[in-house]
Design a protein. Structure first.
Lengths: 519, 301
């Protein structure tokens, strides 16, 4: 009896593995045959989106994560918006604006717009929202967007005057950020917007089953005209492989942020279309310049020469672009001439510098967050540095722990990114590389007074031409000085069923469902 | 009722005879079990691969080749293909065999030695029994992998810390097994005889009780090899063990799972390797128990 049981066990386990191997092989053929779409008319105008994490809340004031932002941007609107293709900032809820002096912004609002609870949209609502956002008592995570603001006054029903302490260049970018969306003051006073949101946008919340899904329905009185979609469902599917399978079978209509490893799988699916665009996010290798010899430019240059970033970017399957510039091509302040400033792959030169300075065989302590993207950078750089004769001790940790440790001076090199959701260069260089932020968002502790001066000049002027010039100079200075080596600039992606029309994505990764319909 | 010196000689001789018989019989029983033979063969292959890894492949298991990534099984120069960094899968597999064998063996040896000593002390000295057994009860309260996770979380993630974690984890179970055995052996008349002849405690423990408790320790060790190898892989899979570049089987699966659709061999190869080795140590452990189990042998004798 005992023996026969064991034999059965062996047979079963062998069968199991044969099964595994077979499903692995047959997967390609099943992909191409399944998932034919039905091009019927009178398709219900309902769409389903899946994300791997859940929505934190639905108040633009109290949230600061991209998953919540995806829903919030359908419900609320901002005074200004960025054009998804040109990144130009255009009025939205605002009609126009003027600067009588560099510290004053007079914003004229659109008339006859109502929040979905019936409250009229006017200067009072704008003042209420912005005052709440910047009030320290609110504890808003992105209060910094309006940190430069001194006073906000209501001139008349449809005119708001914002005065800043100093001339503030990135003001429009800040007002176009989703965290500056206008909320209904009456609703905010009587209910928690995190759970019961009220905005002026094309959709309204119908149902929220925590951790499972959120359903939005159309706002029939939307000021630009009612949206074509009747219903939108935001599902939570924790595993990205499952989410992609659901897209294949049509249980989900679209996904964003497809991982590079899955891109070819999604592209090969019948009935599924993909869209990708150069985005604003940047990923970089950062040196801890508090440590020797990382504080020495020569050493940083040697590392920059040692890293074959073309080979790395090729591993991203097209979901990343190579660039030397810290300010990416889709971010304000970028000039193509910045590409010529950086250090190209040249392992011989790297070896020579290391040899001349006696740095050969040195051990580098590398700190890496264990998400697939950063692990890929870490492993590739580790191997490439090994090839020029450096030893790399790689320490990996979970994202939350990593964020703490990276602020504690316990590493030589690390990898990080910045999503640039305002798409403004000042909002990249100031938090990440200005000496004001050492110990906080400036993890490399880069400290260069000349650079600081240029960044400040870009922030405290409203002349966009001057700003662009100062940002370009600061950018080139930082590229030469190399506290960062840019690994890649991000690419934003969408994958959708082929009967979904009108879907577009912003380089910051945001999308609007207003123009979307189904065939 | 005590034995004189001559009587003891006779008993000793008889015992030696018995032991030799045990051993021969054991091998016979072992070879009658086909599954155990398969298990032995797998372990033998693993040992050969682990020892000969340097000669069996031309590739460094950590050397990347970014122009040849995700090559399938049966590719030219790479018969098991390459992984997502262009590292040769065959050389990763066999260097992984070495790692899992070394880690399994060291952690089991360390855990077993410590567990045996504690078990002997607890079983022999009534005073220590309470303390040692209550502490091991405390450790039993944690599910094994959780305890290992805790230890690695405190010490930091590296293979050395994985060895420490798995050794600590195996101490209480080993101690408990040994203690039970000591309690039975201790009551035997020849021990009483030894004591009345004036033998010291240490001499009795290590020369008489320990040899008579070896059988369950060996079985425990063999069975625990499987657990240790599986736990090492689990911890590495969770990112708490080996450095990701290390060709550890669990780390290989963790790394390959994102490519499951384009390159299923990245998870299937190390997956099969882990399953086979764990299976092998389990069946061999089972067979060893059949052989060494005193009750069964008494029936056969």
């Amino acid at each position: 009896m005992k023996k026969s049981k064991k034999v059965m066990g062996l047979v079963l386990s062998v069968l199991f593995f044969i099964g595994l191997v077979l499903t692995g092989c047959s997967n390609q053929s099943s992909e191409s045959s399944s998932g034919k779409s039905s091009g019927k008319s009178n398709t219900p105008q309902e769409i389903t989106y899946a994300s791997t994490s859940k929505v934190v809340g639905l108040s633009p004031i109290m949230t600061n994560d991209s998953v919540s932002a995806n829903v919030i941007t359908q419900i609320y609107e901002t005074l200004f918006v960025k054009d998804p293709d040109t990144m130009e900032i255009k009025p939205n809820l605002a009609e126009s604006y003027e600067n009588p002096d560099p510290k004053t912004w007079v914003i004229h609002l659109r008339k006859n717009i109502k929040f979905t609870d019936g409250t009229p949209f006017n200067a009072e609502a704008v003042k209420y929202t912005f005052d709440k956002l910047r009030d320290p008592k609110t504890g808003a995570p992105r209060a910094s967007l309006l940190a430069a603001v001194d006073t906000i006054t209501v001139k008349d029903d449809y005119t708001v005057v914002i005065k800043t302490k100093q001339p503030y260049g990135p003001m429009l970018a800040a007002l176009a950020h989703y965290n500056s969306s206008i909320v209904s003051p009456t609703a905010d006073k009587k209910q928690d917007l995190m759970k019961k949101p009220v905005g002026t946008g094309p959709f309204m919340l119908k149902e929220w089953v925590a951790g499972d899904h959120i359903t939005l329905v159309k706002n029939p009185n939307y000021w630009k005209g009612a949206p074509k979609l009747d219903k939108v469902t935001f599902k939570v599917v924790p595993d990205v492989n499952t989410a992609i399978s659901m897209l294949q079978t049509g249980d989900v209509d679209f996904l964003d942020g497809i991982p590079a490893e899955q891109w070819s799988r999604v592209q090969g699916m019948a009935g599924v279309k993909t869209l990708k665009k150069t985005g604003t996010p940047v990923s970089y290798l950062g040196f801890n310049v508090r440590h020797k010899p990382f504080s020495e430019l020569k050493f940083r240059q040697a590392i920059a020469y040692a890293i074959d970033r073309d080979a790395y970017v090729k591993q991203l399957n097209g979901l990343g672009t190579k660039s030397n510039s810290i300010i990416g091509p889709k971010v304000f302040g970028y000039d193509p001439s910045a590409e010529k400033v950086g250090y190209e792959y040249n392992p011989e030169k790297a070896k020579q510098i290391l040899k001349e300075n006696g740095w050969e065989g040195m051990t580098i302590h590398m700190l890496v967050a264990n998400t697939p993207g950063y692990m890929k950078m870490g492993e590739i750089v580790q191997d490439q540095l090994k090839k020029v004769g450096l030893k790399v001790d790689m320490q990996t940790m979970e994202w939350g722990t990593f964020l703490d440790v990276s602020k504690q001076d316990k590493f030589d090199i690390t990898f990080l990114g910045w999503s640039n959701s305002t798409a403004d260069g000042s909002e990249l260089l100031y938090p990440n590389l200005h000496s004001d932020n050492i110990g906080a968002s400036n993890v490399t502790a880069y400290n260069n007074p000349e650079f600081d001066k240029l960044v400040n000049e870009s922030r405290f002027t409203v002349d966009q031409k001057v700003r662009k010039k100062k940002l370009d100079e600061a950018n080139k200075m930082a590229i030469k000085d190399a506290p960062w080596i840019v690994m890649n600039h991000g690419v934003v992606t969408l994958a959708y069923r082929d009967n979904v029309k009108g879907l577009n994505i912003d380089p910051t990764g945001e999308w609007s469902l207003y123009p979307v319909y189904k065939e | 009722m005590s034995l004189d010196a001559a009587g003891q000689e006779i008993v000793k001789e008889m015992e030696n005879q018995l032991n030799r018989n045990y051993f021969l019989k054991g091998i016979k029983v072992l070879f009658k079990q086909p599954l155990a033979l398969v298990g032995f063969a797998i372990i033998l292959i693993q040992i050969i691969l682990a020892v000969g890894a340097n000669w069996l492949t031309a590739y460094d298991p950590t050397a990347q080749d970014l122009s040849h990534v995700n090559l399938p099984i049966g590719s030219e120069h790479h018969w098991l293909g390459t992984d997502n960094y262009g590292r040769d899968m065959w050389s990763r597999l066999i260097y992984g065999a070495r790692i899992s064998l070394i880690i399994g063996f060291t952690s089991v040896s360390l855990g077993t030695i410590a567990g045996t000593i504690l078990g002997l002390l607890a079983g022999y000295f009534r005073v220590l029994d309470g303390i040692i057994m209550r502490i091991s009860d405390l450790m039993f309260a944690f599910p094994g992998i959780l305890l290992a996770l805790l230890i690695v979380a405190i010490l930091g993630s590296s293979l050395v810390n994985v060895v420490i974690a798995i050794s600590i984890w195996s101490v209480p179970s080993c101690a408990r097994i040994v203690r039970g055995n000591v309690l039975t052996v201790k009551k035997q008349e020849y021990i009483t005889a030894m004591r009345s002849l004036g033998a010291g405690h240490l001499r009795i423990i290590f020369k008489h009780i320990l040899p008579n408790s070896l059988a369950p320790i060996i079985v425990f060790g063999a069975m625990h090899m499987a657990t240790a190898i599986l736990s090492t892989s689990s911890l590495s899979y969770l990112g708490l063990g080996a450095d990701p570049a290390t060709p550890e089987w669990g780390a290989m699966i963790s790394n390959g799972q994102q490519y499951m659709w384009q390159a299923p061999h990245l998870v299937i190869i190390p997956g099969i390797a882990i399953a086979l080795v764990v299976f092998a140590f389990n069946v061999v452990g089972d067979a060893l128990r059949d052989v060494l189990d005193p009750n069964m042998n008494i029936d056969q004798l």
